[in-house]
Design a protein around this ligand. Structure first.
Ligand code: NOJ
Length: 574
């Protein structure tokens, strides 16, 4: 039996905001904090309890703010610390909480800590980052300390002419990794990145790349899986290192235990449920919950994400089931999410964004997500069924460092037209930019996101005239109003939806997804059609009793065991 200690962050629904793309209040083409404040009642009306703001800190923006140059300042085009104080108050006065992104695996290379660290080998902060001498090959050519490939392509090592050593960066070269082995560096991180904001009243953090702080100290070469290039994927070597759990316990003891917070860690490359439980078990005080990525990683390439391979519905069912069930019988907690700022839009990825199916698809996925165990996360625009950019956008319209660097690296290694077309197809499905296109508020130019004459910082999705908040607000059958209804229902049926035990049926079926959620005497059965045609479903024999339709995503449902295209339903079964 799951030990369900009730705390606010378990039943709460979280709404993630990507500041650059949410709402521009001063017509400079970029979203900002006052823009968020102007939409706070919209968020509240959706039924949201917790607002998560992606990095709004000062940054040279090589990775959209995940390269922080000052934890205690706000990126000027987004606003000021005073604006953040106003946002905290705007959330609190409406009964909502606010969490921030905590990006502490690395800083920007323009952070003053790194500027000091790179100034000389004997600087007091030299050891706050990870420096190593060069290696030399048999011809005497200078080589990096190992063959690790960065998440953004190329080596994880950058040569520093001035001090004649390499520094480590798992992401862009402008994002040097902090050295968590150094206790002074850890203390400075706790003070500057965490306490500064906790004292202002923030209610917790989404913790970026939470399992990469401890990398060990030997940093060995990765095995070769991508022949023909020097740099090799190495997450198995730098994720979940030897001191990871110790560091998180320390962070709790020294900082988080003094406040009433929630933490949700980003936990990639961790497929073993027993291992994930070590992070989220409540007794061990490490993290309250994590994002495990199997669902959004469905179909990604083996050598690189943007070598997309595709997947079949049974695989989706299998990963959902695995990560719904893994906390059962433990005191740990989990999350339910299928979008964020690093993913393609869920309608385009998991269902259909064809004009005739996209509304149905959005509602069907809303049913699936709202019935899931764990804290629910909704990403801006998901609630109106925003979709991926059209397939005819050229690579020049994409802005994200991850897509562009990979595309260029395939080109540089002589990739032919076919190879580049495959990368492009993968980006059309998985690209991080899809989630970063301006929020679609209305049908006016640039989707009502900005009043700037020549538009927003990022191209607006061509679909904005049909898919936008204004259109959907008044329409009782809109995707937006369906999400509102489902969030309300999730809270009404919180025992079974949020805290129930999950069971899947007919798992090999490639068309439909049928699962039940049970808590005590209460049971619901969720049936979802993942195809663009009618599909029958069978009532699982073991689920006898009286079936009553609680909700359907289709109008005029006929009550039989046939689902319309991309229809979802929930039955109560007693
Ligand atoms: C994960 C974030 O979600 C992503 O956007 C970012 O690029 C990396 N971590 C590096 O901070």
């Amino acid at each position: 039996m799951t030990v369900t200690k009730r705390v606010w962050w378990k039943d709460g629904v979280v709404y993630q905001i990507y500041p650059a793309s949410f709402k521009d209040s001063n017509n400079d083409g970029l979203g900002d904090i006052p823009g968020i404040i102007s939409k706070i009642d919209y968020i509240k009306d959706l039924g949201i309890d917790i607002v998560w703001v992606s990095p709004m800190y000062d940054s040279p923006q090589h990775d959209m703010g995940y390269d922080i140059s000052n934890y205690e300042a706000v990126y000027a085009p987004y606003g000021t610390v005073a604006d953040m104080e106003e946002l905290i108050e705007a959330c609190h006065s409406r009964g909502m909480r606010l969490i921030l992104d905590l990006v502490i695996n690395h800083t920007s290379d323009e952070h003053k800590w790194f500027e000091e660290s790179r100034s000389s080998k004997d600087n007091l902060k030299r050891d706050w980052y990870i420096w190593r001498p060069a290696k030399y090959d048999k011809d005497g050519k200078r080589m990096p300390p190992n063959n690790w490939r960065s998440f953004f392509s190329g080596s994880t090592w950058e040569w520093d002419e001035h001090t004649q050593e390499y520094y480590l960066h798992l992401f862009a070269k402008q994002q040097p990794d902090l050295n968590w082995e150094n206790p002074e560096a850890r203390k400075a991180i706790y003070d500057s990145a965490m306490e500064f904001w906790l004292k202002k009243g923030v209610d917790g953090f989404r913790v970026d790349t939470v399992n990469m702080y401890s990398k060990g100290t030997s940093l060995p070469d990765a095995p070769i899986i991508d022949a023909g290039v020097f740099e090799q994927p190495a997450p198995g070597l730098f994720c979940n290192g030897p001191r990871m759990h110790e560091f998180l316990r320390e962070m709790n003891t020294q900082v988080l235990s003094k406040y009433d917070t929630m933490t949700v860690g980003e936990l990639p490359h961790t497929p073993d449920p027993a291992h994930v439980l070590r992070y989220v078990g409540s007794g061990d005080k490490q993290l309250d919950m994590v994002f495990q990525f199997d669902i959004v990683d469905l179909g990604i390439g083996k050598t690189h994400k943007y070598e997309y391979e595709g997947y079949q519905l049974p695989e989706l069912k299998q990963v959902v089931s695995k990560w719904q069930k893994f906390i059962e019988g433990s005191d740990g907690w989990t999350t339910a999410f299928c979008e964020n700022h690093d993913q393609g839009r869920s309608v385009s990825r998991f269902a259909s964004d064809a004009p005739e199916f996209r509304e149905r698809s959005s509602k069907m996925l809303a049913i699936m997500m709202c019935a899931m165990t764990g804290t629910l996360f909704v990403y801006q625009g998901q609630e109106i069924g925003m979709i991926n950019a059209p397939k005819d956008w050229p690579i020049e319209d994409y802005k994200d460092i991850e897509s562009i660097n990979y595309y260029n690296s395939v080109k540089a290694r002589g990739g032919d037209e076919k190879a580049l077309a495959h990368v492009m197809k993968s980006i059309q499905i998985l690209g991080r930019d899809h989630a970063r296109l301006p929020m679609q508020w209305d049908a006016s130019p640039y989707a009502g996101f900005t009043g700037k004459k020549d538009g927003a910082w990022m191209r607006t999705n061509d679909s904005y005239k049909e898919i936008n908040v204004a259109n959907q607000t008044e329409d009782p059958n809109s995707v937006l109003n369906f999400w509102r209804k489902m969030i309300k229902m999730r809270k009404e049926y919180r025992d079974v939806f949020i805290h129930g035990a999950f069971e899947g049926y007919d798992v090999e079926n490639r068309d439909t997804f049928v699962f039940s959620k049970t808590k005590g005497e209460s049971r619901v059965v969720v049936v979802l059609n993942f195809t663009g045609r009618e599909s029958g479903f069978e009532r699982p024999k073991e689920l006898g009793g009286k079936w009553e339709l609680l909700v359907s995503s289709a109008e005029g449902v006929d009550g039989t065991e046939r689902l319309g295209a991309y229809e979802g339903r929930i039955y109560t079964v007693n």
